[in-house]
Structures are given as structure tokens and as C-alpha cells.
Unconditional design. Structure first.
Length: 483
């Protein structure tokens, strides 16, 4: 990994005072532009340490990473979207599986994620080295929050740059595990750990973080329930269903109405429209990244720019594929499913309108929602507890369509898993889940075609199935093995 200014060789960045939200409360991540301080000063008092922690979150919500493009990459690789405006800058090569190691999305995402990881490492090191500045409990909490962000970052790397865990139980090459703060060029050369080794580190970070995180905290920061919810995602990606159940049971009651009874009182929001109002931090949000006019995702990184209609300030880059989940009856003209209301037709095409705010595109980014946790648990209990699995499925569906009753055949043992996976595609559409789900299930990517281009089918574990390693990393790391 080449160290650059984003990795802060000499300086750590401290945010200026927080902006006030409309409710006159300070939001942790809504920051003014940052200024720099020498490293010896960055951890000299509690306010500066908090600013450094804020910088860790800022690194992950960068528009080139979780603040926009990472979610877009994962969705447009799948069959749910068709390109409307073919443009290499807005990820055409990702949509049509035509990436090489120096394609901008390959190098930019790799660099953004490792910059975020290094921010987390620097903050953990700085807090540890200045232990007397904070109370022991607060030091542990801040380090735990940084570990959650590092875990999310490594998990994200694996979803594009490595083969899925199920290929060979994680024996394939993963990514370099950089666990110390990089302040010079001496750490550039580092071999790739295996997929299993990276997942082990992700779970180590989350397990260590869990007891030290705050029980209750605004949804823009990681609380204890955030770490637990993220573990259900991680274990599902590994095919470890028993552990999905163990973790989910910590924050999901045994029977409906499902909710968390410890920590943040997480539950499904009554209305799906409320979740996508633009700045949602209610009980369904286990983690959301806020955006503001002074802290927006940046040019051509924004979800609303890619998906929303032009009349509402979007750019209509990709429309919904009728051969994808949009062909499901939940989106049909006669459907009363509320999620249909998160789409809009323009001429012959229909666009996703979950993300609505026009320029500068300040929709909050839904990182983990309670609906995902319920669907993770539903999938994990298909065999072990089908009654509960069906109840969880119904909770998600009937939130948006209260009178809906699944056909009996959809709930038969042989069909239940597929019914849940279909519901997952409907519920989480446009939130960055399709490619990771295709891969963890050992599926191939379907061919796509539209007026502006075509993309070939990519069978499981064939050329193009995963991304190439960044050319910048190959150039600067003598021990890296390309994909």
C-alpha cells in the first residue's frame, strides 16, 4: 500500500467544531472541513481525540467508499439495474464486467478503503499511547468504534477483491491485513492473507468491540447492537448459520413483534417511506452515515445521482431491470406494496427513488437496517426453526403490505429459502447487497441487456467474477499476488 496524504504520514486531521442539525443537536459525523495538527498534538485532549474518531467514520463514509460508490458497484454488478447513460466515470465498466487493474473504480475503492483502515489504526494507536487523556471506559469505547469501522472496511474489501468464503472455506487469497498504523513507506510490502484469515480478524475486531461499545448511542455511531448486527452479516457471508442465529438472538426477540430488548430499542419502522426520507436515524437504523451540504459524497459518487429521476435532481444513470427483481409482483401495477412507492416511471423505464435529495445529495447512507437483521435470521433458521423463519419473513413483507399472505407453496421447506432470498432482493434493493449475495450463494452473474449496452453472464468462480487487485497496490507492494 502506497502511503499518501490520506494516510497521514506526518499529520493527523482534527475536525473543526460540529455543525448544528435542524433539531439543534450536534451530529457526530456532520463536520465542517478538517484542519491538520501534528501527531503529537492530535491526541492531546479529549476534544481532539473525539475529532480523530470522527475522522475514522469520515474515512469509511467517503464517497468513493461507503458513502456512495461501493454500494453502487455491488448493485450494478447484479441483474437489478440496466445502464441508461453509458459513461466510464459512472461505473460502466463495472456494470459490464470489463475491469482491469488500473480501472478507476478498482484503484480508487482500494485506496479509499485502506485509507479508512489506516485512520482506524492510527486512532487506536494514538488513544492507546495517550491513555491518561480519557477515562478507561471512554478509551475502550472509542477503540471499539474504530474496530467496528475497520471490520466493516475489511469485510467490504473481501466482497469485491476476493473469492467468496464458500469457494474453499476461505483458503483462497484475500487481501493484505494491515493492522498497524502506517506512517512511512516501510510497511508497503505485505502479502495477502487468506479469505479465512481476514474473516477471522473481522470477527476478532467485532467480538472485542462488542462489550466495550456504548449500549445506547445515536445511529450515526456504532453501538453494541451495531457490532452484533454486523456479525450476522459476516457469518451469513461465511455460511455459518448457527452463528447468525446466536448473534441475532441477542437483538431479536423470539416472537413477533420483533425488537431488541437490550441497548438501542431497534425494531422495524412502521413505514418504509419514513426510512427513506433522507435523514433517517430511527429505531430501524443500526448504523447510518449522515451527509450535509458541507460534507456530501462528492461529484458522481451520490446514490440519488445514480438512481433518481432527473425531474427530482437525479441523473437517471441506471434504471430498474424488468428481468431482475423489479419484475416481481410486488412492483406490479396492481400491487399495494409500499416499496413500489420507492420507484418512479419515466417513459419506458422505471427508476429507484429510495434516495431522493437533489444536489448536493445529502441522503443518509443506510449501512445496517433492522430489516436486514430479520432477513439474515430468517434465512439462517429455514431448516432449524421454519416457523420462526416464516414469522420473520412475514414481519418484513407485511410492514410494507399488511394484508399480504404468501402462497402456501412459497413456504414449503423446499421453497422457503428462495422466498426469503426474493424478499431480501425487494427489501434491500439499491443498498449494496446484490453482488455479495450472489457470491456467497455460489451463483453466477446473469447477462444483462438494454438499449445502451450489454453485459455477459459471468459464471461462478470464472474470469471477471471478482475484481483485479489495484494496479497501484501491485506497483508498490512487492509481495502482492494479483488476482
Amino acid at each position: 500500500m502506497k502511503i499518501n496524504i490520506n494516510n497521514r504520514i506526518k499529520y493527523l486531521f482534527v475536525a473543526a467544531p460540529l455543525l448544528f442539525t435542524t433539531a439543534c443537536k450536534k451530529d457526530f459525523l456532520e463536520t465542517a472541513p478538517q484542519t491538520s495538527l501534528p501527531t503529537e498534538e492530535a491526541f492531546s485532549n479529549p476534544d481532539r481525540i473525539l475529532s480523530e474518531l470522527r475522522g475514522v467514520y469520515a474515512g469509511v463514509k467517503n464517497g468513493n467508499f461507503y458513502g456512495g460508490r461501493y454500494l453502487v458497484y455491488n448493485d450494478i454488478r447484479g441483474e437489478e439495474f440496466i445502464v441508461n447513460k453509458p459513461n466510464g466515470v459512472t461505473n460502466l465498466e463495472t456494470w459490464r464486467f470489463n475491469l482491469v487493474s488500473n480501472t478507476s473504480e478498482v484503484t480508487n475503492l482500494w485506496g479509499a478503503i485502506y485509507a479508512a483502515i489506516n485512520r482506524a489504526n492510527l486512532v487506536m494507536e494514538g488513544i492507546t499511547a495517550n491513555a491518561a487523556i480519557l477515562t478507561p471506559a471512554l478509551s475502550k469505547q472509542y477503540i471499539a468504534e474504530a474496530k467496528v469501522m475497520r471490520a466493516l472496511s475489511y469485510y467490504s474489501l473481501l466482497q469485491l477483491y476476493a473469492k467468496p468464503y464458500i469457494t474453499d472455506n476461505g483458503a483462497s487469497l484475500g487481501v493484505p491485513l494491515r493492522l498497524r498504523a502506517e506512517k512511512d513507506l516501510t510497511g508497503n510490502d505485505l502479502k495477502r492473507s487468506t479469505v479465512a484469515e481476514v474473516y477471522t480478524q473481522i470477527l476478532k475486531d467485532l467480538n472485542e468491540a462488542e462489550p466495550d461499545l456504548a449500549l445506547t448511542l445515536t445511529a450515526t455511531r456504532a453501538s453494541r447492537n451495531t457490532a452484533i448486527a454486523l456479525k450476522t452479516r459476516v457469518y451469513l457471508s461465511m455460511g455459518n448459520l448457527a452463528s447468525v442465529v446466536t448473534e441475532a438472538n441477542k437483538i431479536v426477540t423470539a416472537t413477533a413483534p420483533f425488537s431488541a430488548t437490550t441497548g438501542v430499542a431497534n425494531r422495524l419502522e412502521t413505514s418504509i417511506a419514513s426510512v427513506f426520507g433522507g435523514s433517517y436515524v430511527g429505531p430501524e437504523a443500526l448504523l447510518s452515515f449522515p451527509m450535509t451540504e458541507l460534507d456530501a459524497p462528492g461529484t458522481q459518487n451520490q446514490l440519488a445521482y445514480y438512481y433518481n429521476v432527473e425531474s427530482a435532481g437525479g441523473n437517471q444513470e441506471y434504471f430498474l431491470n424488468t428481468a431482475g427483481i423489479f419484475g416481481n409482483a410486488a412492483f406490479a401495477a396492481a400491487s399495494t406494496d409500499a416499496r413500489k412507492g420507492l420507484t418512479q416511471a419515466v417513459g419506458a423505464n422505471t427508476y429507484l427513488t429510495k434516495f431522493k435529495r437533489p444536489s448536493p445529495y445529502t441522503d443518509y447512507i443506510p449501512v445496517i437496517r433492522y430489516a436486514e437483521v430479520l432477513l439474515n435470521l430468517a434465512e439462517a433458521t429455514v431448516v432449524s426453526d421454519p416457523t420462526r423463519s416464516i414469522a420473520l419473513l412475514n414481519a418484513v413483507r407485511q410492514r410494507s403490505n399488511p394484508t399480504y399472505v404468501f402462497p402456501a407453496t412459497d413456504l414449503l421447506p423446499a421453497n422457503l429459502k428462495n422466498t426469503i432470498l426474493t424478499e431480501r432482493r425487494i427489501e434491500l434493493l439499491g443498498e449494496g447487497f446484490r453482488s455479495p449475495d450472489v457470491m456467497r450463494l455460489g451463483l453466477g452473474f446473469a447477462a444483462k441487456s438494454g438499449p445502451q449496452g450489454t453485459a455477459p453472464a459471468i459464471p461462478f468462480n470464472t474470469a471477471g467474477y471478482i475484481w483485479p487487485i489495484s494496479a497501484t497496490e501491485v506497483q508498490n507492494n512487492k509481495l502482492i499476488v494479483p488476482n
